[in-house]
Design a protein around this ligand. Structure first.
Ligand code: SF4
Ligand code: SF4
Length: 221
C-alpha cells in the first residue's frame, strides 16, 4: 500500500508499506496524479519533460532491447548517450577522505559520494532536442520506456523528488556495473545488486535521508 497527498500544488509521498516495490510506487503515482486536479492530472501530451536528460538504469536495458529489437551494442551506438566511466581510484580515495573528515560510516560516505558523482547514461535526443522516442508529443516506446520516465512528474513534492533522485543515482552506479565499469563487490550495498527487476526492489531500501548531510557538505563537492 502506498499513499500520496497534495500539498502546495505538489504531489507528495505520504506513506508506504514495508514490502511496497518500485513498480507499485510508479503505478501508484500514475493513478494518483489522475485524481488530484493539478497540472499533471491531464499531462498526457505535454511532453516538456521528455526534453530533459532521461537517465537509463541497468534494469532498463532489457526493456529497451525488447522495445527496439536492438542489441546492447547497437543501443550504445544509436539510442544511448554514454558518460565517462568513473575513475575508481579517485572514488576510493574520496570515500575514505569523506568518512575520515566528517566521521561518517563507510556506508554513508559511499552513499554521499555516489549521490554526488553519478552521471547517468541517458537517452539520446532527436534533431529537435527532445527524446528520440518522442513523436508528435507522444512516447513511441511507452511500454518499454525507462523507469525514471514512469516515476517522474514535474510537480513532485520534496520527499518524492528526493526518493526519485536516490533511485536514479543508485541505479546509475548499478548501470556502471552492468557496463563492466565497476566490480560488483564495490557496490554490494546497492539495492539493485540484490534484485533482478524493478518488481523486486523495495521503496524502503532507497528511503535513506541524506539531505542534512548533503547540506552540511554543500561546499565539499
Ligand atoms: S510531467 Fe511532463 S508531460 Fe506531465 S505536465 Fe509535467 S512536463 Fe508535462
Ligand atoms: S522514453 Fe518516452 S516518456 Fe521517456 S523521455 Fe522518451 S518519449 Fe518521453
Amino acid at each position: 500500500m502506498i499513499r500520496f497527498s497534495v500539498s502546495n500544488d505538489t504531489i507528495e509521498l505520504e506513506s508506504y508499506s514495508d514490502n511496497a516495490t518500485l513498480v507499485e510506487l510508479a503505478a501508484g503515482l500514475e493513478d494518483f496524479r489522475r485524481t488530484c486536479n493539478l497540472k499533471t492530472t491531464h499531462c498526457r501530451g505535454c511532453g516538456e519533460c521528455c526534453g530533459d536528460d532521461i537517465p537509463v538504469l541497468g534494469f532498463d536495458i532489457p526493456r529497451l532491447m525488447e522495445g527496439t529489437s536492438l542489441s546492447i551494442d547497437d543501443l550504445k551506438l544509436s539510442v544511448l548517450t554514454m558518460p565517462e566511466a568513473p575513475d575508481l581510484q579517485s572514488r576510493e580515495k574520496a570515500i575514505r577522505e569523506l568518512a575520515r573528515a566528517h566521521d561518517f560510516s563507510r556506508l554513508n560516505a559511499t552513499l554521499l559520494y555516489e549521490y554526488n558523482n553519478s552521471e547517468p547514461v541517458t537517452l539520446a535526443r532527436g534533431d529537435d532536442g527532445t527524446c528520440l522516442f518522442l513523436k508528435n508529443k507522444l512516447c513511441t516506446k511507452y511500454d518499454h520506456r525507462p523507469y525514471a520516465c514512469g516515476l517522474y512528474l514535474c510537480n513532485m513534492g520534496e520527499k518524492l523528488a528526493f526518493l526519485h533522485e536516490m533511485i536514479v543515482r543508485q541505479g546509475t552506479w548499478h548501470m556502471y556495473s552492468v557496463l563492466g565499469w565497476i566490480p560488483e563487490e564495490a557496490i554490494g550495498h546497492n539495492p539493485f545488486m540484490r534484485a533482478s527487476s524493478y518488481t523486486e526492489l523495495r521503496v524502503k531500501d532507497f528511503d535513506v535521508d541524506l539531505r542534512s548531510a548533503l547540506e552540511a557538505l554543500f561546499f565539499y563537492f
